[in-house]
Design a protein around this ligand. Structure first.
Ligand code: ADP
Length: 321
């Protein structure tokens, strides 16, 4: 393995830069030439491929986003475009590719490997924590800390006014951001797309909280359940009295300097990814399970069903009472 490339694809996540830096510096230290690809698969098709050195990745470990840029690339679903991408890589003599992204990006990596024999290794970079094969994805911890900081600030003002607050966080299909930051922030209620919820139960809980003298009531709502404003309307119609405030955090959750944990797994994922390429392996993804860095065959990893941590959720409910 003499030359490898690295790209970031799909939604950006804090820690992607730390991973790009680690891939680049570790591979160079092993005598491998490293190429960066701009804007994910779009750059692979358009031949936006450039050689990187150790200084190309200076001063980025602490930055959110991705210096390589990212994109969603419809064409990559089409084999003829993937062929162009493969030919571009071959023209540079690049034998291995590290793809930092979510499940969509992994499907692209899988196709490149299966159709054209390019050794691809996936690093899970997504704030959603929605990949079943790994306990944590890169960016999730930072995002939860950002949400936590918002909950802390909102708690101060809600307590001062005896208010109910609905905080809408990201997570269309996966409620982990709501669950983890809700536990960390001491939320009274956490609503996630994995579990059905009855608005009448929530109303009952809010009224009980008011009766027993709770001075604020924070509801962390994953966007996949419904919009914060819709929930507010339902609570009002259900007879919740007093002021109900809503806050939708939106893209604030995506950016920001990566946490210590995300920087650490960025380094460890990157080192395993490069080691796999050095061993001549491809069609694999790296991750962390039970505090161990692991790698799995990409098809198996993508096929693994996500299991929601119901036990943790049930405990969180008890802590919020
Ligand atoms: P993420 O990687 O964060 O899940 P997307 O789902 O948007 O983000 O996927 C990122 C990119 O991966 C897509 O724009 C496309 O270029 C590529 N991709 C997604 N699904 C496939 C697929 N089934 N086959 C080939 N490429 C895919």
């Amino acid at each position: 393995m003499r030359k490898i490339a690295v790209l970031t694809s799909g939604g950006d996540a804090p820690g992607m830069n730390a991973a790009v830096r680690a891939v680049t510096r570790y591979a160079i230290s092993q005598g491998i030439e490293v190429y960066g690809v701009e804007r994910g698969y779009t750059g692979l098709i358009n031949n936006n491929i450039f050689q990187m050195n150790k200084r190309s990745v200076s001063d980025i470990i602490q930055r959110g986003g991705t210096i390589l840029k990212t994109s969603r690339c419809e064409e990559f679903n089409d084999k003829s475009y993937r062929q162009i991408a493969a030919e571009n890589l071959e023209a540079y003599g690049i034998e291995g590719l590290v793809v930092i992204g979510g499940d969509g990006s992994f499907r692209g990596a899988k196709d490149l490997y299966n159709d054209f024999g390019i050794n691809t290794i996936g690093i899970p970079g997504t704030i959603d924590n929605d990949l079943a094969y790994t306990d944590f994805t890169l960016g999730f911890d930072t995002t939860c800390n950002t949400v936590l900081s918002a909950i802390n600030n909102l708690r101060d003002t809600m307590t001062s006014h005896d208010r109910v607050c609905i905080i809408e966080v990201m997570g269309r299909k996966c409620g982990d951001i709501a669950l983890f930051s809700g536990i960390g922030g001491g939320a009274e209620s956490i609503l996630v797309p994995e579990l059905p919820f009855q608005v009448k139960d929530l109303i009952k809980k809010i009224k009980t909280n008011q009766r027993i003298g709770k001075t604020s009531d924070i509801i962390v709502l994953a966007e996949g359940v419904c919009k914060a404003e819709e929930l507010k309307q339902q609570l009002k119609e259900g007879g919740v009295t007093g002021s109900i405030k809503t806050t939708t955090l939106g893209y604030i959750q995506r950016g920001g300097t990566p946490s210590m944990f995300d920087r650490l797994i960025a380094a460890e994922f990157a080192i395993r990814a490069v080691d796999l390429l050095i061993e001549g392996k491809g069609g694999r993804v790296v991750g962390i399970r039970n505090n161990q860095i692991i790698d799995d065959e990409i098809n198996e990893a993508l096929a693994m069903p996500r299991v929601f941590n119901k036990k943790l959720y049930d405990s969180a409910v008890l802590l919020g009472l």
